[in-house]
Design a protein around this ligand. Structure first.
Ligand code: ADP
Length: 766
């Protein structure tokens, strides 16, 4: 957790409550002062107004009361009246001025006879113009002034009241005023404002007191309000923000009020939660990075421009045990100066990431290899301040690389020195990805032309479909595949394939072994065997030919004798004889053709055939001789036998061999024990996806000890000159070449059954 930051205490005069109270106080004082002033002024003007009315009423009352005495010029009575009215409480003075400004009567007897200045305060209102005004508005006739009396200075309201001439004044015989004189004098009444001023002073003091009290109370209320509704929740909020600043994000900020500050607190709490989550994420990320930094399987150091270690991970500390501040080159290599190929120096030079391989000889004297990668570290301004170096120990990798190189070389050596061509090609497209030197030499292609070519291009047109099916069926061995060299020459190979991956692709590793020579030898051997068979068959063939020849002989004798005797031959008989002759010639020709066909050299080829075909051929060739030897043949052929991929001629050779051996065994049994009538049974049928032919006989059978040996070359039980011991071994080779099998079951003395099976394949099967 972070250290809580130091908080300075806010000066009292800077506090919100103080400022608010101060400004509210100032405003309140100003406002209440103004309102109090106006209230007092209003009160004063109302009081003065009242006094003014009272003054005018009093002045008029005095005027009316004295008017009769004035008219009659009863001076004494006038004096007394003015004196008695002037002595009333609140009346300052009552005077009567004449036109010249002389005081004729006064409640203050000392003033009587005094002349007043026309510009004096009492006179100025009427005499401010050169000519005195005769009539004045009531307001203009009153004045307020201050007098310094013995009881202290006080204000006085003076009201002047002009005394106008009335008709009685100039018609009465007692009087002396001329009729043109309008104003005879002025009655001046002065009333004391002392009581009014006292009342006003009281009111002013009271208002001021109330205002001051109000200010104090309001300020106190504002201070209290600020304290409870602003300061306290704000302080709580401030405390919470300080806790957040200090890194304590767990304490929830609860709004204490439901006003804006409450909302602010809620917003702060949301912010706290957001910061908390972000901080936790950051912390998690930081821990992860720290863990990575510490536990990454390589050395990480941070260096300054002098190559001093500013930071390093645990692994580095464990293996090199340096203290921070040590020079990198001393820690790593115990050198006195930096390494010549230093990637850190390069990064300090150009501000970019660099990498370099280093060889370090450890304390144990063993050389170790490091791959150093550097990254610049910049400050906020973007200035390069340090460089992080990551050193990965690649000693094992280097060793593995070397081993791999050696292994690769070894593999190449084996690959290229294999006596057979080896191809690695794509299992889908059959595109050749790799081929050994032998392949290039054998197929007579420049190596670069082989790569990228398809394996089918090396295969003869006739066998391409077989190869495609072979690869698609992921089979391991395909015999007798015809290939084409770069110069167009054809040759035969046995194809062996294994399946795997190469460069991320499903690949076939195929080896081809040239069997052309072996095939030729085999062919010669087979040919020799054929010739031997033919030789052996010659007697039987003679029998086969004998029958048509004897028919032809009989026919020609008949014709010859008829001609010699001069007999006329019936045209119908002639036609019949001619037809019979023709048929027999045709039969003899078929036998000869078949023998010729059988005797020719076979081609290493396979086509879609039915196994019934060679059976029929063999029966056509040997049926007669078997019949002559009293051996009957029973056939049970499946007309819907599925086709197989083979060669009729070669299968005929196999079947002739089996039938001849059966014939020999029957005759052997006949010679030794008489035995039953000879019977050869030939059946064809389908079993387990194989087309099967069985050739059974009721001959002498095979001794159990010989059953394993009869397929070996040169094994024969026949007397010298009769058997070669090659028939079954060659038959075995032929059947295997077509992917089939041949086997025997025999009960000695009762006969033997040979079973020949060939797989039903590819297109033919479909
Ligand atoms: P060859 O016929 O020249 O002896 P083969 O290879 O054809 O050579 O036959 C090898 C031997 O197998 C024969 O010598 C014979 O002993 C035995 N054999 C072959 N077929 C039969 C059969 N159907 N019944 C009994 N023995 C047989």
């Amino acid at each position: 957790m972070q250290q809580p930051p130091q908080h300075k205490t806010i000066k009292f005069t800077n506090r919100l409550a103080f400022k608010l109270t101060l400004w509210v106080g100032i405003c309140l004082v100003a406002l209440t002062t103004i309102s109090a002033y106006w209230a007092v002024r209003l009160q004063e003007s109302r009081s003065i107004g009242k006094m003014l009315q009272t003054g005018h009423w009093f002045s008029d009352t005095v005027k009316r009361a004295t008017s009769y005495a004035m008219l009659k010029n009863q001076r004494e009575s006038l004096h007394q009246m003015i004196e008695s009215m002037g002595s009333q409480t609140g009346v300052e003075v009552i005077r009567v001025f004449n036109k010249k400004g002389r005081i004729m009567f006064s409640s203050r007897s000392s003033e009587i006879g005094r002349l007043v200045d026309m510009d004096s305060e009492a006179c100025y209102a009427c005499h401010r113009k050169d000519r005195p005004l005769e009539r004045l508005a009531i307001d203009d006739r009153s004045r307020i002034f201050t007098v310094n009396a013995a009881r202290g200075p006080h204000r006085v309201l003076g009201v002047i009241n002009p005394i106008y001439t009335s008709p009685a004044c100039y018609t009465d015989p007692c009087h002396v005023h001329p009729p043109g004189q309008k104003v005879l004098g002025v009655l001046d009444v002065a009333l004391s404002l002392g009581a009014v001023d006292k009342q006003l002073g009281d009111t002013t003091r009271r208002v001021a007191l109330y205002a001051a009290l109000m200010c104090v109370v309001i300020c106190a209320l504002v201070a209290l309000f600020t304290f409870f509704f602003v300061k306290r929740p704000l302080s709580a909020l401030l405390g919470a923000t300080r806790r957040i600043t200090a890194g304590d994000y767990d304490q929830q900020i609860r709004p204490q009020t439901d006003d804006e500050i409450g909302e602010l607190a809620t917003a702060f709490d949301l912010m706290r939660q957001g910061i908390k989550e972000k901080t936790e994420d950051l912390e998690h990320g930081r821990r992860e990075y720290q863990q990575l930094f510490e536990e990454v399987p390589c050395y990480i150091t941070v260096q300054d421009a002098d190559f001093r270690l500013l930071a390093h991970n645990k692994r580095f500390a464990n293996d090199f045990g340096p203290s921070l501040g040590q020079y990198c080159y001393r820690a790593y290599k115990n050198r006195d100066s930096r390494c010549p190929n230093c990637a850190v120096a390069k990064t300090f030079g150009d501000g970019r990431a660099h990498s370099a391989e280093e060889r370090v000889v450890g304390a144990d004297g063993q050389a170790r290899y490091f791959l150093n990668m550097t990254t610049p570290i910049t400050d906020k301004k973007g200035d390069l301040v340090a460089v992080m170096e990551m050193a990965t120990d690649i000693t094992d990798v280097m060793r593995l690389e070397e081993e791999l190189k050696r292994s690769e070389e070894k593999y190449r050596l084996f690959f290229n020195n294999d006596p057979n061509p080896i191809f690695v090609f794509d299992a889908e497209s059959l595109e050749i990805m790799d081929a050994n030197d032998r392949a290039a030499a054998e197929y007579r292609y420049p190596p670069e032309e082989l790569i990228g070519n398809t394996f089918l291009c090396l295969t003869h047109q006739a066998d391409r479909q077989r190869v495609v099916e072979f690869i698609a069926g992921r089979e391991a061995f395909l015999p007798n595949v015809r290939q084409t060299r770069g110069d167009g020459e054809s040759f035969y190979v046995n194809l062996r394939a294994s399946y795997g991956e190469h460069l991320g692709r499903s690949a076939v590793i195929a080896t081809t072994s040239d069997i052309t020579e072996r095939l030729q030898t085999e062919q010669q051997l087979i040919q020799a065997a054929k010739m031997a068979t033919l030789g052996e068959m010659s007697a039987g063939v003679a029998h086969e030919l004998n029958q048509p020849l004897s028919v032809i002989g009989t026919g020609s004798d008949f014709l010859k004798k008829s001609v010699e005797r001069g007999q006329e031959i019936d045209p119908t008989d002639l036609l019949s004889v001619a037809r019979e002759l023709g048929q027999q010639v045709e039969r003899a020709r078929r036998i000869i053709d078949h023998l010729r066909e059988f005797g020719r050299k076979y081609e290493v080829s396979a086509e879609s055939i039915s196994l019934n075909q060679p059976i029929q051929g063999v029966l056509g060739l040997m049926g007669q001789q078997l019949a002559v030897r009293d051996i009957s043949v029973r056939t049970e052929l499946d007309p819907d036998l599925p086709p197989v991929l083979a060669d009729v001629n070669r299968l005929e050779q196999v079947l002739i061999n089996l039938v001849m051996n059966a014939r020999d065994a029957i005759e052997q049994r006949r010679e030794s024990q008489g035995g039953p009538e000879g019977l050869i049974e030939i059946k064809s049928f389908t079993q387990d996806g194989q087309a099967v032919v069985t050739v059974g006989d009721n001959g002498a059978g095979i001794a159990p000890a010989d059953q394993d040996r009869i397929f070996q070359p040169f094994f024969t039980t026949k007397e010298v000159g009769k058997g070669t011991g090659l028939g079954l071994s060659i038959s075995y080779g032929i059947v295997r070449d077509f992917g089939g099998n041949i086997s025997v079951t025999s009960a000695p003395g009762e006969g033997a059954t040979f079973r020949l099976s060939l797989p039903v394949r590819g297109e033919a099967a479909a």
